[in-house]
Design a protein around this ligand. Structure first.
Ligand SMILES: NC(=O)c1ccc[n+]([C@@H]2O[C@H](COP(=O)([O-])OP(=O)(O)OC[C@H]3O[C@@H](n4cnc5c(N)ncnc54)[C@H](O)[C@@H]3O)[C@@H](O)[C@H]2O)c1
Ligand SMILES: O=C(O)C(=O)C[C@]1(C(=O)O)C=C[C@@H](O)C=C1
Length: 307
């Protein structure tokens, strides 16, 4: 068992990510007390049934009282409401972090509400699945995955080191970058793939009336991979799109240009151009595997080991 890292941890939001963190904290014994809070009474009840924490409350403000570490795991569009609610009850010296998929917007929403003496360190674990809610989480989700911090310029190095220790205890590799840079990188490696998946599955669904259910009947594994991503939580992804608008639009413009190039090559039978691109992209996957990243996702993605 790993050592206790924080006396009291408050988890605000207990869906896929919050509940995976809760399971790891419990399994590894990282805190003496874990208080769980979430907006919906039904989800809170389920978290209690799953025995994810030590105590439970519907009030985020009450939850953060006396907490040394506060982890906010709610859709990014709810960040400001949570920050506003907890601000006056935070303990001086507490570390407040989040797990949101976009960072500049979360900082703009939360930082102005953070009282002096509280260490606000935005974070983003690059790990997840298409599932949501407290039942979907599992211990070990963050193992071998990156967790990116986007600290503000005046962040206390000691608080940063404590949060780094926490994520490393969960098995993550921690990196730091500027929030705007994070949002650009994630727009291409995470946000665009989801938008493309939502779009292709939507198009196929529209075609369904034309093809009389052949789309579903004959869906091959390439298409089914897209349906996994397109099954991701609508609220979460609506918020990601609205809160990383500029970077996503920039990447979508690039993507559309490149798609037009491909379209033209197909129209004019330019096989050499297709070969050049397909050979180059094949090498990208090889280099990801060689870099030790887990890209071999059997079946429909990462499943809970106990599912
Ligand atoms: N799902 C992923 O793959 C993934 C990966 C990394 C980061 N994230 C980020 O983690 C965060 C949580 O995502 P998730 O997948 O755990 O979502 P989820 O839908 O499984 O859980 C969200 C939780 O937030 C609570 N909630 C919603 N609105 C709230 C509000 N206004 N106030 C308080 N609580 C509220 C819900 O009750 C629920 O407990 C999001 O910001 C998301 O961008 C998700
Ligand atoms: O594997 C998946 O299903 C995910 O969507 C996880 C994923 C990703 O795009 O990699 C999704 C959003 C995050 O912010 C981080 C991770």
């Amino acid at each position: 068992m790993t050592a206790v890292l924080f006396d009291r941890i408050a988890l605000i939001g207990i869906g896929l990510i919050g509940s995976s963190i809760a399971r790891d904290i419990r399994k590894l014994g990282l805190a003496k007390h874990v208080v769980i809070s979430t907006r919906s009474a039904e989800t809170l009840k389920r978290a209690e049934e799953l025995d994810l924490g030590s105590s439970y409350t519907g009030s985020a403000a009450e939850a953060v009282e006396g907490a040394d570490l506060v982890v906010v795991s709610v859709p990014v569009g709810a960040s400001e409401a949570v920050a506003q609610e907890i601000a006056s009850r935070l303990k001086p010296g507490a570390i407040v972090t989040d797990v949101g998929s976009t960072k500049a917007s979360v900082i703009a929403q939360m930082a102005p509400h953070m009282p002096d003496g509280v260490h606000f360190i935005p974070g983003h674990p690059l790990a997840g699945t298409e599932k949501s809610g407290p039942d979907a989480g599992f211990a070990g989700l963050f193992k071998g995955r990156w967790c990116i911090f986007t600290p503000l310029p005046d962040t206390d190095p000691e608080a940063l080191a404590r949060l780094r220790n926490f994520w490393e205890a969960l098995g993550s590799r921690v990196d730091e970058m500027d929030a705007v840079h994070h949002d650009k990188v994630l727009a291409i490696v995470s946000h665009l793939p989801h938008i493309i998946a939502y779009n292709i599955v939507g198009t196929a669904d529209d075609l369904e009336t034309v093809t009389e259910s052949e789309v579903i009947k004959y869906s091959a594994s390439g298409f089914r991979d897209f349906t996994r991503l397109a099954a991701s939580d609508p609220t979460m992804w609506r918020d990601v799109c609205l809160h990383n608008k500029d970077a996503i639009l920039e990447m979508l413009a690039r993507f559309s240009e490149d798609l037009a190039y491909l379209q033209r090559a197909i129209r004019w039978g330019e096989g050499d151009k297709l070969m050049e691109l397909f050979t180059r992209t094949r090498a990208v996957r090889r280099s990801i595997i060689e870099a030790g990243q887990d890209v071999d996702v059997p079946d429909f993605g990462r499943q809970r080991p106990d599912a």
